[in-house]
Design a binder for this molecule. Structure first.
Ligand code: ATP
Length: 367
């Protein structure tokens, strides 16, 4: 069973006497055959976590287990884990075939015909069987990445670790390889931990996403859970593109109040919020309703600042009467067929079932 468990894992680096907590008490249980994506901003501890699983970095505290086997003191070469890096790290003087076979030839006593069979099968799976005799310098970036993947796949490991494997590819190829990697993973059903700072990659590829910030696990859940029920302000702001809109509001009874803004809550929503009064109201751009006239108590007047056409949808930047946006612009996503123009006055609605409310001091989601 290739169930991979991170149990209260911590990594502290000593940087000239200064202690850097790169990974802070992280626990994640990754199921057999699961595709888990580790995501978060630069420096949040993604690569360090992956390197500890691979055995390339010591674990300061906690335990990493594969099934019941504790990996902490097992050298990288003895772990049944294969890693794919952003830099393909192919041997330039070897052919594709030799690059793919090398690991098996060096670290196992596998028979030559079994190695050849695995290389052939994997090359077919990756669609590089006609390139097998070429040198890496005779391949495109995408083809080189496939060879790097192939080198991991031929080992038939219990776990794949991938550190931004698509980062060096152009946007079109990235999208193609994303789909292809998903197919390969479905096919092989190998437990995979995949690191990226690209939340689109995280949302589209994963069974579950683990979101890290400053070494601390913020949430681990399915892409839809993290999108619809973010645990806190960090996750709410990180997942979703364009990002969620936030307002500072004060709760007065069952009304959320900002400068020129009042949002009356239903009794059931008010009851969910507990006693906190300093709150942050969040709404995703795709949940904002833009209409030509005010229809409800919770509709507000705004002026269209900029319209960004995206084809099937438009991202509309709005400025509310008397309210300058605090951190950037308030955004709404509307159907690409609807036309609004810069300078136009519109009414804006926030459906209550789509609003998120956070405790401003702790950042915790209240609903
Ligand atoms: P990126 O997306 O930029 O690759 P990351 O999320 O992978 O970032 P890590 O590389 O894991 O982040 O780094 C986490 C923290 O640990 C950072 O503050 C980094 O500076 C620090 N760090 C990483 N390696 C070392 C090291 N060998 N010595 C000291 N500090 C380190």
């Amino acid at each position: 069973m290739a169930r991979l468990t991170l149990d209260k894992v911590t990594k502290i680096f000593d940087d000239d006497g200064e202690q850097i907590i790169a990974v802070d008490d992280v626990s994640i249980d990754i199921g057999d055959g699961e595709f888990l994506v580790l995501v978060g901003p630069s420096g949040c501890g993604k690569s360090t976590t992956l390197r500890m699983i691979a055995g390339l970095e010591d674990i300061t505290d906690g335990e990493i287990r594969l099934g019941d086997l504790v990996l902490n003191d097992i050298p990288a070469t003895d772990r049944d884990i294969a890693m794919v890096f952003q830099s393909y790290a192919l041997y330039p003087h070897m052919s594709v075939k030799q690059n793919m076979a090398f690991g098996l030839e060096e670290s196992t006593d596998m028979a030559d015909d079994e190695i050849s069979r695995r290389v052939k099968e994997t090359a077919e799976l990756l669609g590089i069987d006609d390139l097998i005799n070429r040198a890496p310098s005779e391949l495109s970036g995408g083809q080189q990445q496939r060879v790097a993947l192939g080198r991991a796949i031929v080992r038939e490991p219990e776990v794949f670790l991938m550190d931004e494997p698509l980062a060096n590819l152009d946007a079109k190829l990235r999208a193609e390889m994303r789909t292809e990697l998903q197919h390969i993973q479905d096919n092989l059903d190998t437990t995979t931990v995949y690191v990226t700072h690209d939340q689109v990659e995280a949302m589209t590829m994963s069974d579950r996403i683990a979101i890290l910030d400053e070494g601390v696990l913020q949430q681990c859940g399915t892409p839809l859970e993290c999108y619809h029920q973010p645990n806190n302000l960090f996750v709410a702001g990180f997942i979703g593109e364009p990002s969620m809109n936030f307002f500072d509001v004060e709760r007065r009874g069952s009304v959320l109040v900002a400068d020129d803004f009042e949002y009356p809550l239903s009794d059931s929503t008010a009851a969910e919020l507990g006693d906190a009064t300093d709150l942050q109201l969040g709404i995703r751009p795709e949940d904002v309703v833009v209409k030509s006239a005010v229809e409800a108590d919770t509709d507000y007047h705004a002026e269209v600042d900029v319209v960004e056409p995206k084809g099937d949808e438009n991202v509309v930047h709005l400025v509310f009467d008397g309210n300058e946006p605090e951190d950037g612009t308030f955004k709404a996503v509307i159907d690409g067929m609807k036309s609004v123009d810069a300078g136009q006055r519109v009414a804006v609605g926030f459906p209550e079932n789509a609003i998120h409310v956070f405790d401003r001091s702790s950042g915790e989601a209240l609903r």
